[in-house]
Design a binder for this molecule. Structure first.
Ligand SMILES: O=C(O)CCC(=O)C(=O)O
Ligand SMILES: [Fe+2]
Length: 280
């Protein structure tokens, strides 16, 4: 099978933290992804944020335990495992979790953040496979600060649009507060080096979850914004103990195959997860 990822695209992912593959998700897969998306709207999980119905919608479902098998089965049918394997040169590919974003009517942007402020991920081999279900410009889709996947670990945001850098962990985390990138860019569009892409259904954006990234919003040319994100990890992926030990929704330490909790720096290999087939 022809390679999915060129040498240049691998380098771009390594250097910039993001790359676009054009037209790699076929019609069948798109139909199934849309069906899964609808299922997620009808069955929000315990970490969902917002309400998926009404006129103005800003809804996110997040790692729904009941959706894991469904998205995992889709992954196994798809080329996504092979793509991740090629992207990193990794023999092992695991499927971590899904995220589902729906914005409609009056919505806001997804504030700048790093996923590593929420999930205990460490290492090079993690990627968000960000999949558009409608066409979007680069402002409407997703943007990252180029190269930030190699940079500072900031505190998370509470996703409060009135205060987009409001610290998630605060003193408990002892992490620097996020810079107000949206405000900086409004004042001076060249103040941060931003990477982003126009996308259509069939395209795939892959970015490292430690990149500082932000999602777009609806505008008068985009009535409904729909996308799914599938998170993968590979050979060089580790459990990282950088998050505070605060009980709550972000406290999901994975159990290893030996039945113990993973420790800081251990290979990320939780006992129950879907191993995407790199050969598929
Ligand atoms: O699409 C968005 O609005 C945000 C996506 C995001 O935060 C992610 O993929 O981790
Ligand atoms: Fe994110």
């Amino acid at each position: 099978m022809a390679p999915f990822v060129t040498q240049q695209q691998k380098l771009d992912f390594e250097e910039d933290g993001i790359v676009k593959l054009q037209n790699v998700i076929d019609e069948n897969m798109l139909t199934e992804l849309n069906q899964c998306f609808e299922w997620s709207l009808a069955n929000p999980g315990p970490f969902a944020v917002g309400n998926p119905s009404g006129e103005d919608i800003n809804f996110l479902d997040n790692a729904n335990p009941k959706a894991y098998q469904m998205y995992g089965d889709l992954v196994l049918e798809s080329d996504l495992g092979a793509i991740a394997s090629e992207l990193w040169g990794s023999e092992y590919v695991g499927f971590f979790a899904e995220q589902v974003f729906l914005k409609q009517g009056k919505s806001g942007p997804t504030p700048w953040h790093q996923d590593t402020a929420y999930w205990p991920m460490g290492g090079e081999h993690w990627a968000n496979f960000w999949i558009p279900l409608v066409a979007m410009t680069k402002e409407q889709s997703i943007q990252i600060v180029r190269g930030s996947h190699k940079g500072t670990m900031y505190d998370g945001t509470t996703f409060n649009l009135k205060d987009p850098t409001e610290p998630l962990w605060g003193e408990a985390g002892n992490l620097p507060r996020l810079p107000d990138i949206a405000a900086d860019l409004e004042q001076d569009p060249s103040s941060w080096d931003i990477a982003g892409f126009d996308v259509s259904p069939g395209d795939l954006l892959m970015f490292h979850p430690h990149s500082i990234h932000s999602g777009g919003k609806n505008d008068d040319r985009l009535a409904v914004r729909r996308n799914v994100v599938l998170h993968f990890f590979g050979d060089k992926s580790y459990y990282s103990g950088h998050l505070p030990h605060t009980p709550g929704i972000y406290e999901h330490k994975p159990v290893s195959a030996t039945g113990k909790l993973l420790e800081d720096g251990e290979l990320y290999r939780p006992a129950s997860m879907i191993r995407a087939n790199p050969q598929s």
